[in-house]
Design a protein around this ligand. Structure first.
Ligand code: G3P
Ligand code: CA
Length: 321
């Protein structure tokens, strides 16, 4: 299959290195069955790297910060250590969010892939954010999944930089299976796997066809049918989004025969949350998901910030615990 470039700056497609930075808007008549804005459910609020406005990103404290605010979905980023352990970390280097430079001054550039799990376990991933979080560790995926089991939260798992970690999809799926995350209940309503790497998303779909998947980026409208073969979601940055684009995505059926969904990122203020909710997005990924939830609950008649009605709950609730 040959796919044309997507809009996400860090997105990747097989055999392609040139990225186009704007989606191609195509005019089309609205679907006859498209719900009116006032009839839509509010978008699912998703805690980006955990509720990372309130606690250090991609830590268990950030999961708890989301849980304390009643947020049921958390997003994280997964990479692989030198000795094959899966860890929750956004950057390919440990430098920004841990004290690795202090503990291992001779190991520049401090890539995740160059450290063992035991070494990473020594790091402090909290102090950079706030001294209150001193000693907060970098979680392994196993620890993270077990923690979510305790809080009964759901996971939007991002395979970060898959090109650095050949075969990581199989490793992640093995871990998910061992921890009970590939059973029917989890697969039906508690787990989505996404990536900027189309090959990686495709690999997940091929290796675990029941798992819901998302492609991060804003593919050209003409290419959406190809993505729909292996993805259930198209997840663009909110700055690349238009109502027409959302309509075009929704008009297609995804890998599991349901309308393709849109989870957009990273929306951290109420006005933008209302704007994208009015476009009809299905989910909003946010560092401050409570702000998004409160701004869009029972919404969303227009993009001016005027609420269209009473609270009707959110799709996170509808999607299970
Ligand atoms: O979930 C979307 C978002 O996390 C993608 O960007 O860089 O925060 O991983 P990034
Ligand atoms: Ca991410």
């Amino acid at each position: 299959m040959s796919l044309r470039p997507a809009a996400a700056v860090t997105g990747s497609l097989a055999g392609l290195c040139v990225l186009v930075l704007a989606a191609v808007p195509v005019q089309a008549a609205p679907r006859a069955d498209a719900p009116r804005a006032a009839d839509r459910e509010a978008p699912v609020p998703v805690a980006h790297r955990g509720a990372s406005a309130y606690a250090p990103e991609n830590t268990l404290a950030a999961v708890d910060a989301a849980h304390e605010r009643g947020i049921r979905w958390v997003e994280n980023d997964v990479q692989r250590t030198r000795d094959g352990e899966l860890v929750v970390m956004h950057d390919a280097t440990l430098a920004r969010t841990t004290n690795v430079e202090q503990l291992f001054p001779d190991r520049a550039p401090w890539n995740v892939a160059d450290f063992t799990a035991d070494e990473i376990a020594l790091l402090d991933a909290g102090s950079w954010f706030d001294p209150l979080y001193a000693g907060e560790p970098v979680p392994t995926l196993e620890e993270y999944l077990r923690h979510l089991h305790g809080t009964r939260q759901n996971l939007l798992l991002e395979i970060k930089r898959p090109e650095l970690y050949p075969g990581i999809e199989a490793d992640i799926l093995r871990e998910l299976r061992e921890e009970g995350w590939l059973d029917r209940r989890h697969v039906r309503s508690k787990l989505i796997i996404q990536s900027f790497g189309a090959d990686s998303v495709r690999a997940v779909h091929q290796q675990a066809p029941a798992v819901k998947t998302g492609f991060l980026g804003t593919p050209a409208v003409g290419d959406l049918p190809e993505y729909a073969r292996f993805a259930d979601q198209i997840n663009p940055t909110h700055t690349s989004l238009s109502e027409e684009y959302v309509r075009q995505v929704h008009a297609l059926k995804g890998a599991h025969g349901k309308p393709l969904e849109v989870f957009t990122w990273t929306v951290n203020d109420a006005a933008t949350a209302r704007r994208v909710a009015a476009m009809g997005v299905d989910g909003i990924i946010s560092n401050a998901p409570d702000v998004v939830r409160d701004a869009t609950r029972g919404d969303t008649g227009d993009s001016t910030g005027n609420s269209a009605g009473d609270s009707t709950g959110d799709r996170a609730r509808a999607a299970g615990d």
